[in-house]
Structures are given as structure tokens and as C-alpha cells.
Design a protein around this ligand. Structure first.
Ligand SMILES: *Cc1c(COP(=O)(O)O)cnc(C)c1O
Length: 379
């Protein structure tokens, strides 16, 4: 058996990407605008349905930054953010000089806990600091409890910025993730379910919000023959080359979702026989996860003291990449001074969790190697 590196999640080209990129070269559209940008936006709009408008941007982070701006967040405002997430969900709050308020996860989806969320809102309001925005995240492709979160958001009239960076292809009650928030955010970074090498998008049902996003992402140029600016702009638009890769990737998105889901099945079957492993799975049939990453939490009391870290090291020794879950933001040195609401569910997940290789391009040989290490480890 070869011993080449097995990655957690690596780019997986479908084949048509080169054609779109070559088209860009042949027609000299080597710019942050052009037919691939328009085409990729159309492809995403058709895929997501719900009559959404999509604005292609340079990253998911820039989409979150513009999303907060477009929802009116200003310096001194408070923004609620799911604590267990990638730092890119929270950093844009800081770019704006606003204050992040972190909220714990729930057991079912590992995402924002509706009870802790409402507690946080009630207490912030009692301090005269009503949160401006709620950032919910579909971690590892698993939709958060959209019904409950939206109910609370509506009750207190606070818009949701839906971080769907990991959840393109996931859905809730047959509606695609990315289309539930006032504004949704996608990412096409190299490790995501589809990639443009680097890229992101903003999703909205409001055409004006899309136009604003594009305006701000292209340096906020007023309509004049010279360069005239009445607002602060950004250089956040997607390149026409990257968008070409995206158009090719859209052709294989659903196939890749199926492959990720079959990786999840592979782990479900593998862990059937092993005690003390809780794998992140859909709580009921309302949820459809793209299973971007297959993630587990280990209960060392039931595994004879075998921990997620010792498993990570065993996999590493076999040249197989795995990774702890996202370390909650309220435990990060950069964010630890900000308020946090919850019961340390996310912290317990982090301390005992691991993401396993989940790529859509893993071979039967790769799976055999993974299975061998896991079975031996828990034997
Ligand atoms: C990847 C990711 C982002 C950021 O996207 P980039 O395109 O890498 O800037 C934001 N939020 C979450 C949850 C992510 O996983």
C-alpha cells in the first residue's frame, strides 16, 4: 500500500474548469469582472433557487464583512456570533469596531443554541444594547436549527447573517442553505465543497443589496467619468479567472455532495461497532447536510481513555490528516474578553472532537488505510 498523504479535504476538479479559464484567456477577460463572473453568479442563483441574487466576491470573509456593513453594523454596535466556528465568522465584526457577543452550541446540530441565543438577546437588551445582527453558522455543512433561530430573530426583529461558507449543497426542509438569512455568505476557498482557489459570495433576495455589495466591492465608484467617491470602498470583487473555475465546479457540485455524504456513511458504518463515538449527523429528515467534513466527538469514558488527540496522532503517524474541531471563539486569546452566553457545550465538543478525512476525491485505497488505523486504534 502506498503511504501518500491523505488530506482532510482537498480541491477536486471536475474537468470543465480549464475550459472556462481558457475562455477567459482567449477573450482577454483577465479582470475582476467578465462573462465568467456573470455566469458563475447565474449558476449559483439557479442552484440556490428562491429567486436569490448572488454577488461573487474575493472570499467568504469579504462577503461577511460586506454583509455586516449592508446590515448597518457600525463601530460600537454589538453583533451575536456562534462561538464554535472558524475565526472568519467573527473577525469582520472587529474590522468594523463592533463588539462580538458569543453564543454556545446545541447538542443536536453542534451549531448556535436557540436557548442560549435568546438568553443573550434578552440580557443585551436589558443593558440597553440590542444586538444589530445574529451570525449563525452551518458548521461542517450541518444546518443550524433554522426554524428556531429565525423565530427568535423575528421575535426580536434582528437580521440574520447566515454563514453558509461550509454548507453549499446543504438544505433545510428542502430549501438550500445560504437562502435563509437576510444575507447569506458562501466560500469557495481551496478546502471547501467547491473551490475557485479563493473566493466567496453574498446571497440575498434583495436586488438592491446585491447591487450595493457589488458597488462597495469595486471601490464604491460614483457614476462619473473621473474617479469620484462618496463612500468608503473595498477591492472585494471576484476575478474572472477564479469564476471560470467556479463555473466548472458547479457542474460537479451535486456529485461532490453525494461523495461527501458517502464518506459520512463510511464513518457511520465503521463506528457502528465502536462504543463512545458520537458522529455529527442530521437530527431528523428536515436536515440535509453536504457533510463537508465528517466530524466525531469521543467520550473517553467509553473508549478506555482513548482521546481525540491520541487518535489524531495515530492518524498522523499513518500520514493521514485529521483536525480538532473549531476552537470556540470565546476561548481564543483574541476574543476571550468579550461576552459569552452558554453552558460550555462547544468547549466540550472542542476538547473531545476530531474532523476526519472527508474529501470527495478519496479512493477505495485511502478508505482502506483510514479504516485500518481507526479499527486498530479502537481495538
Ligand atoms: C471558510 C470559512 C469562512 C471564510 O471563507 P474564506 O473564503 O476562506 O474567506 C467563513 N466562515 C466559515 C465557517 C468558514 O468555514
Amino acid at each position: 500500500m502506498s503511504n501518500s498523504k491523505i488530506w482532510l479535504s482537498s480541491p477536486h476538479m471536475g474537468g470543465a474548469e480549464k475550459k472556462y479559464v481558457e475562455e477567459a484567456f482567449d477573450t482577454n477577460w483577465i479582470a475582476p469582472l467578465g462573462p465568467n463572473v456573470n455566469g458563475f453568479e447565474k449558476d449559483l442563483e439557479n442552484y440556490l433557487k428562491e429567486d436569490v441574487c448572488v454577488g461573487a466576491l474575493s472570499s467568504g470573509t469579504s462577503a461577511l464583512h460586506l454583509g455586516l456593513i449592508l446590515l448597518g453594523v457600525k463601530a460600537g454596535d454589538e453583533v451575536i456570533c456562534q462561538s464554535m466556528t472558524f475565526s472568519a465568522s467573527a473577525n469582520p465584526i472587529m474590522y468594523l469596531g463592533a463588539t462580538p457577543i458569543f453564543v454556545d452550541s446545541e447538542i443536536d446540530t453542534w451549531n448556535i443554541c436557540p436557548i442560549a441565543l435568546e438568553n443573550a438577546i434578552i440580557e443585551r437588551i436589558s443593558k440597553g444594547r440590542k444586538p444589530k445582527v445574529i451570525i449563525g453558522v452551518h458548521l461542517y455543512g450541518m444546518p443550524y436549527n433554522i426554524e428556531e433561530v429565525n423565530k427568535i430573530a423575528n421575535k426580536y426583529d434582528i437580521p440574520v447573517l447566515e454563514d453558509s461558507a461550509e454548507a453549499l449543497g446543504s438544505s433545510y426542509k428542502n430549501q438550500k442553505c445560504g437562502t435563509f438569512g437576510e444575507i447569506g455568505v458562501l466560500s469557495f476557498n481551496g478546502n471547501k465543497i467547491i473551490t475557485t482557489s479563493g473566493g466567496g459570495a453574498i446571497v440575498t433576495k434583495n436586488k438592491e443589496i446585491k447591487n450595493e455589495a457589488v458597488f462597495l466591492s469595486t471601490q464604491a465608484r460614483d457614476n462619473a467619468p473621473h474617479y469620484q467617491h462618496s463612500r468608503v470602498g473595498y477591492n472585494y470583487r471576484m476575478s474572472n479567472i477564479c469564476a471560470g473555475i467556479g463555473r466548472g465546479q458547479m457542474e460537479v457540485l451535486d456529485a461532490h455532495v453525494q461523495l461527501r455524504r458517502s464518506m459520512h456513511e463510511f464513518y457511520v458504518n465503521l463506528f457502528k461497532e465502536i462504543d463512545g463515538i458520537n458522529i455529527l449527523k442530521e437530527p431528523n429528515s428536515d436536515y440535509f447536510s453536504n457533510h463537508w467534513l465528517s466530524a466525531i466527538v469521543i467520550d473517553p469514558q467509553k473508549t478506555n481513555g482513548k482521546t481525540s488527540e491520541s487518535l489524531r496522532l495515530a492518524l498522523e503517524k499513518a500520514n493521514i490528516e485529521s483536525r480538532p474541531l473549531w476552537k470556540p471563539m470565546h476561548l481564543q486569546p483574541v476574543f476571550e474578553k468579550f461576552p459569552y452566553y452558554g453552558n460550555n457545550i462547544a468547549q466540550t465538543f472542542f476538547e473531545n472532537g476530531l474532523c476526519l478525512p472527508s474529501g470527495s476525491n478519496l479512493t477505495d485505497e485511502d478508505k482502506k488505510r483510514i479504516k485500518e488505523v481507526l479499527t486498530n486504534f479502537f481495538r
